[in-house]
Design a protein around this ligand. Sequence first.
Ligand code: SF4
Ligand code: FES
Length: 377
Amino acid sequence: MPDDGPRDILGNPVLVAPPMAMLAELTHRCPLACPYCSNPVELARVQTELSAAEWADIFAQAAAMGVLQVHLSGGEPASRRDLTQIATSARDAGLYVNLITSGIGLTETRLRELDGVVDHVQLSLQGIDAEMADWISGYGGSFSRKMQAVEWIRAIGFPLTLNAVVHRQNLDRLPEMIDLAERLGCRRIEVATVQFHGWADLNRRPLMPTQAQAIRAREVVLAARERLRGRMVIDYVPADHHAAHPKSCMGGWGSTGLNIAPDGVVLPCHAAQTIQSLRFDNARERPLAEIWRDSTAFNAFRGTAWLPEPCQSCDRRELDFGGCRCQAMAVAGDAMVTDPVCTRSPLNARLRAEAEADAASDDTALVYRRMSRELRS
Ligand code: SF4
Ligand code: FES
């Protein structure tokens, strides 16, 4: 890999365009304990969280470098008492502000404070009823509190997207999830099959969907899109392990977006810290634009010069850039190889066999995502 920036397979320098979106993980604290959480297993301790003033500076830098929208996320962003102050600084920087929340911890008063500050709310859905949602989230009463939050969100008039993470335990109820989103007046539902990073990787056996479920889910989504055309948008992220080709993760590494972890570490994607050979800069120590443009971590997988075979000679290399680096790391132990989800990867047969074995398991014991008391202090 050249030291002087990214290159294409002909050796020509690649232009680094500014990012469009930024995910701001305000905290790793969360009242829920979802086993599919993409947060790292090593959560950031509360004491290291960026202050509201530091976030304001980051938002101003982001807007100056061309970022258009910020997604306030976590953990649960409402766990920050200064959420309104943080969101207001993002708004003042001129960013489109999307709040990604479980709804737990949002009171009507807090939501009203966010009126005119937050442009859009994205609410997670763990299940279609209390029994399923409370079990998956590891939080008794989460479903009823979430439905209460939806009522407030609708009364205030925030545009609402329901974000349903689907897996083997709830995929058979996908039609009901779509019906619920319609009944709740959502503009959009995002049906995202669990990605096995972070805590989700500890829950492969209970959560891995079967191939039959993946096929059925696609049919359900296509039929619902037809039925709801012009009324509600359905985004669908299918199961990786049953696809022929990988997705272009993050639209390509370091090409459209960046993540800021609660402690200020700047990441090309939410799971990037699993690639331990990379060194990640902190926004407390280096200007954001410089990190985006020049850091070794962001330049590690830009362009196409670094691509391994068979990607180098594949006509899809400009479409998926060899797939997800974190998945390559998780499965192969090497972030430089072709994403094993690809049928052209020598590891694909192994990946599929393991996914089928996980999907055939009758294990329903969930490893809940918990933050130790030490990290919460
Ligand atoms: Fe994508 Fe590489 Fe597979 Fe081609 S060989 S489809 S570029 S992952
Ligand atoms: Fe990191 Fe895909 S999650 S590149």
